[in-house]
Design a protein around this ligand. Structure first.
Ligand SMILES: Nc1ncnc2c1ncn2[C@@H]1O[C@H](COP(=O)(O)OP(=O)(O)OP(=O)(O)O)[C@@H](O)[C@H]1O
Ligand SMILES: [Mg+2]
Length: 593
């Protein structure tokens, strides 16, 4: 080109032949551009046989994106998700307000909750949503961390792709780096005793630091520890704390500080009859999966009555049947009934007369919890009800909570049943407090099960990056570059924590790196509240080891998976509306499975 500009005299008039050639060339460029732009298959999927016969390989309408384009698009989509969550990381992170299609509003800082609410379309972005979900299911916290980290790993990989380093080399470098990182986390981890309440509380408070629960943090952390300790069980030499056994109930009203722990279960139902006792001591509980009603016949029948006495006899018969049902319950010795189905008005009256406290239409999940907690058996046929089937609880009481009445089942046969009632003035606050409580319960159970913690505030990340850089030189070759970039990617956590706190991220990073050069600097992280580099272990900013370990593993896996993709073939859904979905040229629209 320059040659043309510098030496215009050398440019001869294009001959007719070269003009035709240029036109053909331009035409092909135009076609190529059209396909790369549209990404549509149509002709791109028409291959030709040796005899020039066109063969349709994929369904019409399928879009295809391959090579570098596919790679860059995927990286871009995943990076965007990381960027979205970045501003929410850490105690100084901001919240997001999400409005769904029905107009319901959620205000949250929780990574998994945010990604759950936003409707992501791009397949690579969907993978990021999935890793947040996995992190939430596996360890319950660190969902923002995992997504931000995965986004940064891809960003750093892009730099290497620009230097013509093959994706498989980057992927293998990243895998080596992840292994080394997991080794480092375990090396720097701090052992915790299960009865070290102060440390467990620090872990719970750190997990709630970013969740707008303010002054109630202390109270919620105590409740979380008590609840998890209540449900922990010993299996072999392992402690198992399945937080699914903890019932978390939300009730708007009062304030967070009035949230309470109940050693037992809380059933969100009230006694069916005002004449029933409000409190039952030494409760014997019948759990029924059958209605205390007269069954309607499946065939429509007609009863002909000749005189009023027959009518009375008919109604009496119904009452007798209901009384008989209540009699069976009474005979079993039960003084409390939880019924999954309905209870007839008359049956309610008989139950109240017998001094039995009863609730109807109890959720199946609550029935199962009741069975577990009280040791009772759910009965489907009243005639089968025996004293042995009854569940036991020391105290059952109907109490008013806000506007509603609930039944508290306390001092259960199985002492490992526990419920937490979250109170707050605003509904959205109750929701966010519930998420904070779930995070706190998860991290406490993580530490009880795994008994190892690491220093937060970016301390462990700086330590990982330091060890990785040392390790990279021992690996050498192009993989070394990938490992070094992995190290830089990990530093996104302290960097973002600092950025979100309004600090100079680069200065903080440099200070942290130099602090970690000294052996006593191992736990130094950024205190986002005063902007100083401090010992996070001493400050009580600690997190479960498993949260960091899982975050590194999942982020690496997803980044590697996205990097290895060089072809995206997607079938497009037929558009809705008249005429949509019809193949060009007419014909029947294809059915959608
Ligand atoms: N007082 C503190 N000072 C500095 N950093 C802190 C402090 N408390 C928590 N952190 C850091 O904040 C980060 C956690 O932030 P956050 O809870 O917002 O995200 P997450 O745990 O990754 O995701 P999520 O809680 O949404 O599932 C951790 O790196 C933790 O070390
Ligand atoms: Mg968290």
């Amino acid at each position: 080109m320059n040659q043309f500009i510098e030496e215009p005299e050398n440019v001869s008039e294009p001959s007719e032949v070269s003009f035709i050639l240029m036109s053909i060339f331009a035409y092909f460029r135009l076609i190529e551009f059209y396909f790369s732009l549209e990404g549509r298959v149509c002709m791109a999927y028409l291959t030709t046989t040796a005899s020039g016969q066109p063969v349709l390989v994929l369904k019409e309408g399928t879009s295809r994106n391959r090579g570098k384009d596919a790679q860059r698009n995927n990286i871009m989509a995943a990076k965007v998700i990381g960027e979205v969550l970045k501003s929410t990381l850490g105690p100084r992170g901001m919240d997001k307000m999400l409005v769904d299609s029905l107009g319901d509003i959620t205000i949250t800082n929780d990574g998994a909750a945010i990604l759950n609410e936003i409707e992501v379309e791009h397949p690579a972005a969907k993978m990021m949503v999935e890793i947040a979900k996995t992190q939430d299911d596996m360890v319950g916290d660190g969902t923002t961390t995992v997504v931000v980290l995965a986004g940064e790993l891809l960003k750093k990989a892009e730099e290497l792709l620009d230097q013509n380093i093959h994706p498989t080399i980057i992927v293998s470098g990243y895998h080596k780096a992840a292994l080394k990182t997991v080794e480092t986390i375990n090396k720097v981890a701090i052992q915790v005793e299960i009865d070290d309440r102060a440390t467990l509380k620090n872990v719970a408070i750190t997990s709630m630091a970013s969740k707008g629960v303010g002054a109630a943090r202390d109270h919620l952390a105590d409740m979380a520890i008590d609840a998890v300790r209540q449900i922990v069980e010993q299996r072999g030499d392992k402690n198992i704390a399945d937080i699914d056994n903890i019932q978390v109930i939300k009730k708007t009203g009062k304030s967070l500080i009035e949230s309470q722990l109940v050693k037992g279960l809380v059933i969100d139902k009230e006694a069916v009859h005002p004449g029933m006792p409000k409190t039952v001591e030494k409760a014997k509980i019948a759990l029924l999966d059958t209605a205390l009603e007269i069954k309607k016949t499946e065939i429509s029948a007609e009863i002909r009555i000749k005189d009023p006495s027959q009518m009375k006899a008919f109604l009496d018969q119904e009452n007798n049947m209901l009384q008989d049902m209540v009699g069976k319950i009474k005979a079993s010795g039960a003084n409390v009934v939880f019924c999954q189905k309905g209870i007839d008005d008359m049956a309610q009256h008989f139950l109240a007369k017998e001094g039995i406290l009863a609730a109807r239409r109890v959720k199946q999940s609550d029935m199962e919890k009741l069975a577990k907690a009280t040791g009772g058996r759910i009965i489907t046929n009243l005639s089968d009800l025996k004293a042995l089937d009854l569940g036991l609880a020391g105290h059952v009481e109907e109490r008013k909570l806000g506007e509603d009445k609930m039944i508290f089942v306390e001092k259960c046969k199985d002492p490992r049943s526990v419920a937490i009632i979250i109170r707050a003035g605003l509904e959205r606050m109750v929701d966010e407090a519930e998420r904070a409580m779930t995070d706190a319960l998860s991290v406490v159970s993580d530490v009880i099960e795994n008994n190892k913690i690491v220093a937060g505030g970016g301390a462990v990340e700086i330590e990982m990056a330091k060890e990785l850089r040392k390790y990279a030189t021992s690996v050498g070759g192009r993989e070394q570059l990938a490992i070094e970039n992995f190290a830089s990617a990990i530093e996104v956590i302290p960097k973002t924590l600092a950025e979100n706190a309004g600090l100079e991220a680069i200065d903080v990073l440099v200070e942290l790196r130099s602090a970690h050069e000294k052996p006593e600097g191992m736990y130094k992280g950024i205190n986002v509240f005063n902007g100083k580099v401090e010992n996070m272990r001493d400050k009580g900013v600690v997190e479960p080891l498993v949260v960091k370990e899982q975050a590194v593993k999942s982020a690496t896996e997803s980044a590697a998976m996205i990097l290895r993709i060089d072809d995206v073939i997607a079938s497009t859904k037929p558009k809705e509306g008249p005429g949509a979905g019809k193949p060009p040229g007419g014909g029947m629209p294809e059915s959608e499975d």
